[in-house]
Design a protein around this ligand. Structure first.
Ligand code: FNR
Length: 369
């Protein structure tokens, strides 16, 4: 019997992912001044220790003002490299590939952790709380909603600075030893807000037509690809659709995926939404999988990752066996259960290596966890 696809290795450029069940990036809001600490090592380490094929470190600010919150991780200075390297080495010790999501929050910056939404009147963080309201910027001076700061419209100089910051961050990520990078272009963060006609009202070469709105994303990818080693994979996360009429659509994503594939992007991680409060999301089990499949079929060559309410091994494996996606990202299931990958293997009847320290805990039958 061939190995279930979920546990077949996937080689992208010179990185071999030992399986296709990967940890989706999830902000933990636990850093000071962007630095990795023991919490992050324990958190990210447990996934590798328990069989995840890849671990993708949460949205990490390429500039301090590009963080969502004052407690987000950062990679905007060389001092951050040592802590990141500690995590990379740990993941490698257990045979997981490790990536970092390079992010700029744009007009969603200087806010509070999502988990605190609803617990206070505003999502904004003030200067007193460590925020940076004066340095919040985006494609246009349009706030996401009343709970977020009104951004300043970026100057051409700022656009150049941010693009260079992505490239500089990629150099640091390479020095830290990361196997792959994911550029964050989803959920209303800076790049995705440039792409959308709803949040980008610019009249210069970065706004208006599809070509102009996506210029920021394309140039950023070009700069990153130039400094990121050719043998290392480059991913991008899309909000594949905004789920808003008149907004960014899956067809737009397909078009952009085709362009970015030519620019050296290997995989599109197909999330959705987060850029406009009018969104109507058909949330449900595997609800974003069809988006990944559309991109996969519409932009031949580029690999796609599926994400969103994928919570068991059979479901994850079926998506791959039916050629609906090439890899699976799971978020909350890994929060509930860091051993998700081992359980998926067991349920699919696949023998995977457990780390020696834990081997005696291996269940004796397929359903005895
Ligand atoms: C997220 N998500 C997310 N996405 C992203 O691109 N960058 C990030 O840093 C975060 N942060 C984050 C934190 C927390 C606590 C959660 C729960 C989610 C979205 C996440 O990666 C994933 O796309 C969604 O959670 C949907 O997948 P699941 O959770 O249904 O498997």
């Amino acid at each position: 019997n061939p190995l279930p696809k979920l546990f077949q290795p996937l080689k992208i450029r010179s990185t071999t992912f030992k399986n296709r069940l990967w940890v989706s990036p999830m902000c933990m809001y636990s850093a000071e001044d962007g630095f990795i600490n023991d919490f992050h090592l324990a958190r990210y380490g447990q996934f590798a220790m328990h069989g995840a094929g890849a671990v993708l470190i949460e949205a990490t600010g390429v500039l301090p003002e590009g963080r969502l919150t004052p407690k987000c991780l950062g990679v905007w200075k060389d001092e951050h490299i040592t802590g990141l390297r500690r995590i990379v080495d740990y993941e490698h010790y257990f045979g997981a590939a490790v990536g970092i999501q390079l992010a700029h929050a744009g007009r969603k910056a200087s806010t509070i952790p999502l988990s605190q939404y609803g617990k206070r009147p505003s999502f904004r963080t003030s200067v007193d709380e460590g925020g940076w309201p004066e340095d919040v910027y985006g494609p246009s001076a349009l706030a996401y909603d009343d709970n977020h700061w009104e951004p300043k419209e970026m100057t051409l100089g700022q656009i150049e600075t941010v693009q260079q910051a992505f490239a500089d961050a990629a150099v640091r990520a390479d020095k830290a030893g990361f196997d792959f990078i994911e550029i964050h272009s989803a959920h209303g963060c800076l790049i995705s807000s440039f792409n959308s006609p709803l949040s980008n009202h610019r009249t210069d070469k970065y706004g208006g037509s599809f070509e102009n709105r996506t210029r920021f994303a394309i140039e950023t990818v070009q700069r990153v690809r130039k400094v990121w080693p050719a043998e290392k994979p480059l991913f991008i996360r899309f909000s594949t659709t905004e789920w808003v009429e008149g907004g960014w659509t899956t067809q737009d994503s397909i078009k952009l995926a085709e362009i970015l594939y030519q620019e050296g992007v290997d995989l599109v991680d197909c999330s959705s939404a987060g850029n406009d409060t009018r969104q109507k999301i058909p949330v449900g089990r595997g609800y974003q999988v069809p988006l990944a499949t559309e991109v996969k079929n519409g932009a031949p060559g580029v690999l796609v990752g599926a994400v969103g309410i994928i919570t068991d091994g059979e479901q994850a494996n079926d998506i791959l066996e039916q050629d609906k996606a090439d890899a699976i990202f799971a978020g909350r299931e890994f929060l509930r259960d860091p051993t998700f990958a081992l359980k998926a293997a067991q349920r699919l009847g696949v023998f995977v290596k457990w780390n020696d320290q834990y081997e005696r805990g291996r269940p004796k039958t397929r359903y005895s966890f």
